[in-house]
Design a protein around this ligand. Structure first.
Ligand code: 1HE
Length: 265
C-alpha cells in the first residue's frame, strides 16, 4: 500500500495504489475469489474514511478472475439474529462511506459480481463492465437474504422485478444484459476495464469538488424527493455551484475560447 493514498492500514485482502489524483482500491484475495470477510469490509470503510487530500476520485477493482464472490460464507456459520443485524449494519456503514463519501467512485467489474460483490458494485457511482462480468444473487438459493444494501441500491438500477427473479430463481445476467438494463454504463473487452475505469476516474477527479459533491450528495436525494422539494433543492445547489470561484474561471475560459467543448467521445 502506498502511504500517499491513506493514513489507515489495510488488511492483506485489500491493496491500495495511487495514480495521480486517483486512489485505486483492489480487492486482493483472489484465492478466495475476493470473498468479503469482516476484516475486508472494515478495511473498505477505513479506506474511504481516510483518503488523503488531493485524491479526487477512487477506482475499485478486483484481482484475479473475478470481481467478488460476495460474502465470505465461512463467517456465516453460527450467527444469531442480533449478530446478523450487526453484521448487515457493518456493511451498510462501510458502503455508505462509498456512496456518500468524499469523492466519486468508479467500479470495474469482471467475472463473478455476485451477492455482496454486486452490492458493493451498486454503491459506486460509475460502473464499467468487462465482457466476462456476470451478475447473480445466490443468497436466494443459500437460504439467506441480501444484507449489504442490495434491497435499497439494486432496484433503482435493475428494477424490483429483475432482482426478485435473481433471488427467487438463481437467474444470472450477463455483462451485455447488465449494460442494457443500466446496471453498468460502460462495456469493454476483457482486460480493458482497468484502463477505461482509470481514464474515467481521472476525468471525474478533474471536475470541481462542488460539482462532484452536488452529483454525489444532492442528485440522489433530489431523485427521492417530491418535485416541489426537488426543484427548490436543485435551484439552491445550482446557485451554490455556479457561485464558486473555480466555476467562474471555467466559464470565463470557455467564453474566451480556452475551455473544452462538449463534443462527441
Ligand atoms: C469462498 C466464496 C465465498 C469462493 N465465501 N469462500 N456468494 C456465493 O454464494 C458465491 C460462492 N462462490 C462461487 O459460486 C464460486 O466460488 C465462484 C463462481 C465465485 C468462483 O468459482 P471458481 O470455480 O472460480 O472458484 P471456487 O473453486 O468455487 O472457489 C475458490 C476458493 O474460494 C474455494 O476455497 P478453497 O479453500 O477450496 O480453495 C472457495 O470455497 C472459496 N470461495 N467463494 C467463502 N463466497 C452482506 S450479505 C451478502 C450475502 C452474500 O453475498 S451471499 C452470496 C455468497
Amino acid at each position: 500500500m502506498s502511504s500517499k493514498v491513506l493514513s489507515a492500514h489495510l488488511p492483506a485482502s485489500l491493496a491500495a495504489e495511487r495514480h495521480g489524483n486517483v486512489a485505486v482500491l483492489k480487492l486482493n484475495r483472489p484465492q478466495k475469489r475476493n470473498a468479503l470477510d469482516d476484516e475486508t469490509i472494515i478495511g473498505i470503510e477505513q479506506f474511504f474514511t481516510s483518503l488523503r487530500e488531493g485524491v479526487g476520485a477512487v477506482l475499485i477493482a478486483g484481482e484475479g478472475e473475478h470481481f467478488s464472490a460476495g460474502l465470505d460464507l465461512t463467517e456465516l456459520k453460527e450467527r444469531g439474529v442480533p449478530e446478523g443485524i450487526a453484521h448487515s449494519r457493518l456493511w451498510h456503514r462501510a458502503f455508505e462511506k462509498i456512496q456518500f463519501g468524499k469523492v466519486p467512485v468508479v467500479a470495474v467489474l469482471h467475472g463473478a459480481v455476485v451477492g455482496g460483490g454486486l452490492e458493493l458494485a451498486a454503491a459506486a457511482h460509475v460502473r464499467v463492465a468487462e465482457r466476462s462480468a456476470y451478475y447473480a444473487l445466490p443468497e436466494g438459493s443459500r437460504g439467506i437474504y441480501v444484507g449489504g444494501g442490495g434491497s435499497v441500491r439494486l432496484p433503482p438500477l435493475i428494477g424490483v422485478a429483475r432482482m426478485m427473479d435473481m433471488m427467487l430463481t438463481g437467474r444470472t445476467y450477463s455483462a451485455e444484459e447488465g449494460q442494457a438494463f443500466g446496471l453498468t454504463t460502460y462495456l469493454v473487452e476483457d482486460g480493458k476495464g482497468f484502463a477505461r475505469g482509470l481514464e474515467l476516474a481521472q476525468r471525474i477527479a478533474g471536475n470541481t469538488p462542488l460539482t462532484n459533491f452536488a452529483v454525489m450528495h444532492a442528485l440522489p436525494r433530489i431523485a427521492e424527493m417530491n418535485a416541489t422539494h426537488g426543484f427548490a433543492m436543485e435551484a439552491l445547489m445550482s446557485a451554490i455551484a455556479q457561485a464558486d470561484d473555480e466555476a467562474k474561471v471555467r466559464l470565463k475560459d470557455f467564453l474566451e475560447k480556452r475551455g473544452p467543448k462538449a463534443t462527441r467521445d
